[in-house]
Design a protein around this ligand. Structure first.
Ligand SMILES: Nc1nc2c(c(=O)[nH]1)N=C([C@H](O)[C@@H](O)CO)CN2
Length: 119
């Protein structure tokens, strides 16, 4: 299956388990793989025939901005749900990183791979 990648998308969200995390938004990074047949746009050269990665990035940033989850797991799921709702994609891998939170670690992240439920 062909893939579209969005890598290192920086978004802001109010997120975290602890009281001191509930006062201000934090920087998060999102990596997304959109599994999609790209045969048609490869020949038509028409953005209407493909998943517009700019629109997907905008939708994901909006979910982050408008949400107030405790866990990055919950925000990652909300992002995936929004992508499936708004775009005709069959399968998504989404990695959500919270890079500024642990002093002794370069990054913490969750990664989900989910397929659209046909029912
Ligand atoms: N699996 C997770 N563990 C933790 C999370 C999380 O979102 N998922 N969050 C926190 C705190 O909010 C953290 O960012 C600061 O310690 C702790 N563990």
């Amino acid at each position: 299956m062909d893939k579209i990648y969005i890598e290192g998308l920086e978004v802001q969200s109010l997120i975290g388990v602890y009281d001191w995390e509930r006062d201000a938004t934090q920087r998060l990074l999102v990596d997304i793989v959109l599994f999609s047949d790209l045969q048609k746009p490869a020949y038509s050269d028409d953005v209407e025939d493909t998943l517009n990665y700019a629109e997907v990035a905008e939708a994901v940033a909006k979910v982050a901005k408008q949400s107030e989850f405790s866990l990055i797991e919950a925000l990652a799921q909300a992002m995936i749900t929004q992508i499936f709702t708004q775009f005709p994609v069959q399968k998504i891998t989404l990695k959500l990183s919270k890079p500024d939170i642990l002093a002794d670690a370069q990054n913490v992240a969750v990664e989900f791979t989910r397929e659209r439920k046909d029912t």
